[in-house]
Design a protein around this ligand. Structure first.
Ligand code: ZN
Length: 144
């Protein structure tokens, strides 16, 4: 027995800098970054997270690994990379355009007319029908 487990070769330790431990201009603590690079739990500032992510990316790590090491979402890391490793504007989820208004002859249009103080017989009839349905079935939605 030599105490060496199969597949347990020593993992290469990654280093950031051999001379500096702190970059005051960019608010980077290289010791913290080195911990993060090597998968050790450490609290990082956003600048450190981005720096770490860039270093891991340069070393060929996948986005998911990078995200896990820096404690960020993989979409966030993707955003940093797309932005040249800078904190960019948050990627917004696609926003929907203005809602399409229901046409006349629907309960929704009746409610819209009523809010504007308008009188539309077609919509009033639709609302009355919806009301009847509601009393009978418990829903204003027409059944197919
Ligand atoms: Zn109408």
């Amino acid at each position: 027995m030599n105490g060496t487990r199969v597949g347990a070769s020593a993992r290469e330790r990654l280093y950031v800098s051999t001379t500096d431990t702190y970059d005051a201009d960019n608010d980077l603590d290289y010791i913290a970054i080195e911990y993060a690079l090597n998968g050790e739990r450490v609290k990082l500032t956003q600048a450190e997270k981005i720096h770490t992510a860039r270093l891991l990316d340069e070393r060929g790590c996948g986005i998911k690994t990078i995200a896990a090491r820096v404690g960020a979402d993989s979409s966030t890391v993707t955003g940093w990379r797309a932005n040249g490793w800078k904190a960019g504007p948050r990627l917004k989820s696609p926003t929907r355009g203005p809602r399409e208004l229901k046409p006349c002859g629907t309960r929704a249009a009746y409610l819209r007319h009523r809010a504007k103080g308008e009188n539309c017989p077609e919509c009033r009839a639709a609302n009355a029908a919806a009301d009847r349905r509601y009393r009978g079935t418990g829903t204003t939605k027409a059944t197919q």
